[in-house]
Design a protein around this ligand. Structure first.
Ligand SMILES: Nc1ncnc2c1ncn2[C@@H]1O[C@H](COP(=O)(O)OP(=O)(O)OP(=O)(O)O)[C@@H](O)[C@H]1O
Ligand SMILES: [Mg+2]
Length: 333
């Protein structure tokens, strides 16, 4: 057992993943914490806390401490990280690990500081930061150090980041605070407006993954949804199909496309030419929405494909960087 462990953390809005150098992914939990309303004591973290979402008595609050890709609740984030580190470190806990965490390319100094401080407060001996799009590109096996432009679009729960990478660094990037969570919200709103049906976030996410699609399906699919009638307040069951879900989520997808378009607009022509040759790579859990690559290819006119296991691109990239600090030192903050 190594006394000084090196870890990487993808601190996402929806999911947090921890990588141990030399081992690989050692922990994956939803970024959700349940705390006592009065004493702010942490009652549950991760999967256990996510199960409580929308079902808590009034003395428990379920918090998502990251919003749109940045820390919004510093204390809860630090408590959550401490819990993760303890789980991963085991008996080596006494020797704080070195930890690399990713941050969106467009973060402010204050937001960066919050991530570093929360990591140190959680028990890390040293903390480094790496740009999330660069990590995603490394994890998607894009040859980032070459003198060619490559585009990566990471669509997470809270943020969509498009970036052009060349010579080992981020050349242009745009971040929009939109992603999978907004798709879920759009489905909740659609049901409420059109069917007077109230549902929770978890149900909306299930609808999205089951019958959601970024283009109209040739053969529409349907499913039944249980919730509460917003007028009578009684339980209610409604049948919806993929076409209406598509109508509800399309405006959010237009936002994602716009981020990509704006990033390309700001990129030097030589690099754009490389991207046209090589295509655009999609990463992040949000890129698993059915047919998103097809919509993207149609709308921006450059072929787009989803990386292998897109939800793990960022953490794999962070893993490569922590295991090869010397090679990536330029990219580390
Ligand atoms: N099969 C699927 N179809 C559509 N969306 C999916 C699918 N699987 C997961 N998602 C969505 O992916 C999102 C989570 O992605 P990911 O884990 O990459 O986010 P994150 O890294 O936590 O967030 P961020 O990077 O924005 O901080 C959630 O909104 C989830 O609903
Ligand atoms: Mg992410």
């Amino acid at each position: 057992m190594k006394l000084f462990k090196k870890l990487g953390i993808d601190l996402g809005t929806a999911n947090s993943i921890v990588w141990e150098a030399g081992v690989g992914v050692v922990l994956q939990e939803p970024t959700v914490v349940a705390v006592g309303v009065d004493d702010h004591k942490v009652l549950a973290v991760g999967t256990e806390a996510k199960k409580m979402l929308g079902k808590t008595p009034e003395y428990i609050e379920v918090v998502r401490p990251m919003e749109d890709g940045v820390v919004t609740d510093y204390e809860v984030t630090a408590a959550m990280l401490r819990y993760f580190l303890r789980q991963v470190m085991g008996p080596a806990w006494f020797f704080g690990p070195e930890v690399m965490v990713c941050v969106p390319a467009g973060v402010t100094q204050v937001e960066q500081r919050a991530v570093l401080d929360a990591t140190l407060a959680a028990g890390a001996r040293k903390a480094y930061l790496i740009d999330k799009p660069l990590a995603a590109a490394i994890g998607a096996k894009i040859p980032v150090s070459e003198p060619y432009g490559n585009m990566i679009v990471d669509i997470g729960g809270g943020a969509t980041e498009a970036a052009v990478i060349a010579l080992g660094g981020v050349v242009t990037h745009k971040t929009l605070r939109t992603g999978g969570n907004k798709l879920d919200k759009a489905i909740m709103e659609g049901l409420k407006k059109n069917h007077n049906l109230m549902i929770g976030e978890q149900t909306a996410e299930i609808i999205k993954t089951k019958i959601g699609s970024a283009i109209r399906l040739k053969r529409p699919e349907a499913m039944e949804v249980n919730g509460r009638d917003s007028v009578t307040n009684l339980p209610k069951n409604v049948k919806i199909d993929s076409d209406v879900v598509y109508e509800w989520i399309r405006p959010v997808l237009d936002g994602v496309i716009e981020v990509v378009r704006l990033t390309l607009e700001e990129t030097q022509p030589e690099l754009v030419a490389d991207i046209v040759d090589r295509g655009v790579v999609l990463s992040g859990g949000g890129s698993m929405l059915r047919n998103l690559n097809i919509l993207m290819t149609r709308e921006i006119g450059v072929s787009a494909h989803v990386a292998l296991e897109p939800q793990f691109c960022v953490i794999r990239g962070i893993g490569v960087a922590v295991e090869n600090l010397e090679a990536y030192w330029r990219a580390i903050r």
